[in-house]
Every structure is written in structure tokens, then in C-alpha cells.
Design a protein around this ligand. Structure first.
Ligand SMILES: *Cc1c(COP(=O)(O)O)cnc(C)c1O
Length: 404
């Protein structure tokens, strides 16, 4: 007796996440960072790729640690059964430190958190695991250099009381993506001094960590015991003048939909709110059913959409649900010549670029932002689908290895 399997309808729009690409990128970054350990940074739903799937893949591919900004994100990893060491570093007085300590989540500490962490550890009678964070120049989170010796002393004293263990010291770089800037050297020197202060106070640190993706790729002298990689794990390049392919990385997210309407219009037809674009001659317009509610930046007019092997710029204003491409002169578009209509054709917004398709970076340029933001802001209205797996090299990964 055969079982009837209903055909799975193709999704109207989807962000396809290639887990083989993630695994490839982890292995590549690990080999660059070795002997340092690798923390896979999966904050912000893994930069939009899906935190749990990415974390599981990263760990299976050799990530030693996981990193999140929020304790709530780290608790989500534990709830999914991940037992890998996890560090969370951005807290407020409303943070649930007790749940974090109970779940053996390592906590970044820039100063004020120390007392809250100690209170949680005491009430649970369970020592907290702490990474002291020093501000070596970013001017954001982290303890100022002036306050550092006092924070180190306080933490060392709590460690002697057995209420916590200082597992690490870390800092974050400000300009590592711009390899010719001198500030990274300054941050590195300050980091070394801060580590020395901690070690002289009797702390024996498991992990000293400073490098993000750009520093992992360009500054081996910043690797210390561990690197914290986010962007590179998703296959994107942090450098303006270097592509992911040149770095041996494979972009993991492909954003796709189908052309929702294809119609011929007269010359002078205005397109979308504001009528900022008008057709120069009788033209065929294609409607792409993705907009700013899906995370396409509203300002990104001109961003590329590939349909039928050709890449077209978005014309007119991007709306909440939709945007428009001009497929060319009416009756003479690529589709008039071939299929007759582009209705229903696959529209690729961005992907891994290995087949010449549009890249996240072109959207970042169109929006005046960075590739980080383009993938991270793809909203939950766009379903994620997962292909590939951790232990299986994809065609994409094989291509990339060949290219490198
Ligand atoms: C987000 C973040 C990272 C990862 O940065 P990438 O440039 O994406 O590699 C590393 N460390 C800290 C503290 C972060 O906030």
C-alpha cells in the first residue's frame, strides 16, 4: 500500500538558509583562527538566519562557543538543548541574571552587573561564570580603563569567596574592517595591559578574546585564546574591497519570491508612491511582492532583482509589501521573447552569488548601509527554509574551496 504524499507547494517568498555554507564558513574561520577557539555569534536570530538552526550547525561544524548579546537569547539556546558554552554580554538592570546563572550561561560584565550577578549566584548557591569586558576604545559597552583595576579587584575578591569564577577578559574592536587604521593597534595594546592587570590580580583566565570577523581575517595578533565571529559565519565579507569568495566564505542566505504581476504600460507611466520613476517608452513592469515590511529597506531603490537570468534594478519607491522592476520595452522584453510573461517567475533578491546572481552587498550600497543590516532585518514575515547540513559539503562550498 503506497502512502499518498501531497505535493509541497512552493513558498510565495522565502529566505533559504544553506546550512552547508554555514558549516563551510565555520571550518574556514576555524582553520584561520587555530589554535584559538571559535565562538559563533548567533545574536539577533543569527543575523536573521535562524538562531537554533545556525547554532546547531555551527557546533556540529566545530564551533567551541556560542555568543549572544542578550541573556534571553542565550536562554533560548539552552531551551533548545544546546549545552555548548554560551556567553551573553549586553544587560540591563531588568536582565534575568538568576536564570542565566542557573543555566550556566557565561555573563559579560562591564561594571555594574557584577553586584547583580553576585546576588543571583548567592541566592542560587551556584557560582556564576563571568567574562570581564574592558573598553579599549570603542566607547560603547565595557569598563573604562580608569575603573578597570577596581572591577578586576572586586571580581577577584568574589572569586576567592567562591561566588563566581572569572573565566575570561574581553573587548571589542571599533575599526577592524578598515585594515589601514591605526586605532586597532592602540586597542590591542590596551587590551594586553588590561589582561596583565587581571592576571596580576591572580585571575587565571581560560579565554582572552578580542577579535570579531574582520580581525579574525586580517589580524592574527588579535586572536588570543578565542575569536568571536558573526558576519563571516554567514558568509559575508566585512571588507569593502574584498569579496566573500576571495575570503573562502559562502553567503548562506538566499532571498526569493515570485513575480506577482507582469503587465505592459504606456510610455510615461509613473511607478509606485511619489511617481518618482516613469517609463521612457511602452514597457513591461514586473511586480516583486516584497517590501519594507519584509525587511527590504525603503530607501533601496535601484537594488538588484534577478529574474530569468537577468538582473534588473528596482524602480520607484519601495512600499510596505511590494516593489517594481522594469523588464524593458513592451513586447520586446526577455520574457516576451521566451516565456511570454514573467508572471510566476522566480525573483532572486540576493543569494550566494556563485551563479552570478545579486549579492547582499549591492543591496547594502543601494540602502547606504552594511551587509550586516540587510540580512539581519529580513523580517519574520519571510519564512526561513533550511537546506544542506553541517557535515555535508554543498556544491557552493566545493566551488568556494576551488576558488580559494
Ligand atoms: C556582534 C559582535 C561580534 C561579532 O562581530 P562580527 O563583526 O559580526 O564578527 C563579536 N563581539 C561582540 C561583542 C559583538 O557584539
Amino acid at each position: 500500500m503506497s502512502t499518498f504524499v501531497a505535493p509541497v507547494p512552493e513558498l510565495e517568498r522565502q529566505a533559504i538558509i544553506d546550512l552547508s555554507a554555514i558549516a563551510n564558513n565555520i571550518r574556514r574561520l576555524r582553520s584561520i583562527a587555530a589554535p584559538a577557539q571559535l565562538m559563533a555569534v548567533v545574536k539577533a536570530d543569527a543575523y536573521g538566519h535562524g538562531m537554533i538552526q545556525v547554532a546547531q550547525t555551527a557546533v556540529a561544524a566545530g564551533a567551541d562557543w556560542l555568543g549572544t548579546a542578550h541573556v534571553s537569547e542565550a536562554l533560548g539556546l539552552r531551551a533548545a538543548g544546546l549545552q555548548t558554552p554560551v556567553l551573553a554580554w549586553l544587560h540591563t538592570p531588568a536582565t534575568d541574571f538568576a536564570s542565566a546563572v542557573a543555566a550556566d550561561i557565561d555573563l559579560g560584565c562591564s561594571g555594574w552587573e557584577l553586584e547583580s550577578i553576585v546576588e543571583a549566584a548567592r541566592s542560587l548557591e551556584h557560582p556564576a561564570r563571568v567574562h570581564l569586558k574592558v573598553d579599549t576604545g570603542l566607547g560603547r559597552n565595557g569598563c573604562s580603563l580608569a575603573d578597570w583595576p577596581a572591577l578586576v579587584e572586586a571580581a577577584a575578591s568574589y572569586q576567592r569567596q567562591g561566588v563566581l569564577r572569572v573565566v575570561g577578559v574581553f573587548s571589542h574592536l571599533a575599526v577592524a574592517d578598515e585594515t589601514d587604521r591605526p586605532e586597532t593597534d592602540l586597542q590591542l595594546a590596551r587590551f594586553r595591559e588590561a589582561v596583565a592587570v587581571a592576571e596580576n590580580a591572580g585571575l587565571d583566565l581560560d579565554v582572552r578574546h578580542l577579535a570579531n570577523t574582520p580581525a579574525t581575517l586580517s589580524r592574527p595578533d588579535t586572536h588570543f585564546d578565542m575569536v568571536r565571529v558573526g558576519l563571516g559565519l554567514y558568509g559575508l565579507s566585512p571588507f569593502a574591497d574584498t569579496t566573500s569568495a576571495e575570503l573562502g566564505l559562502v553567503p548562506a542566505m538566499t532571498l526569493r519570491t515570485h513575480i506577482a504581476l507582469c503587465k505592459d504600460v504606456l510610455a510615461g507611466q509613473g511607478v509606485s508612491y511619489g511617481l518618482n520613476y516613469a517609463t521612457a517608452e511602452p514597457s513591461t513592469l514586473g511586480l516583486v511582492p516584497l517590501g519594507y515590511a519584509d525587511g527590504i529597506p525603503r530607501v533601496a531603490t535601484g537594488g538588484p532583482v534577478r529574474v530569468g537570468g537577468i538582473t534588473y534594478p528596482v524602480v520607484g519607491r519601495i512600499a510596505m509589501d511590494q516593489m517594481v522592476i522594469d523588464l524593458g520595452p513592451a513586447g520586446r522584453s526577455h520574457f516576451a521573447d521566451t516565456a511570454g510573461t514573467a508572471l510566476g517567475a522566480t525573483a532572486e533578491i540576493f543569494g550566494n552569488g556563485l551563479d552570478g546572481g545579486p549579492l547582499v552587498e549591492r543591496w547594502a550600497e543601494a540602502a547606504g548601509t552594511v551587509n550586516y543590516e540587510i540580512v539581519t532585518r529580513i523580517s519574520q514575515r519571510v519564512p526561513r527554509t533550511y537546506v544542506g547540513q553541517a557535515d555535508c559539503g554543498s556544491a557552493a562550498a566545493a566551488d568556494s574551496d576551488g576558488a580559494h
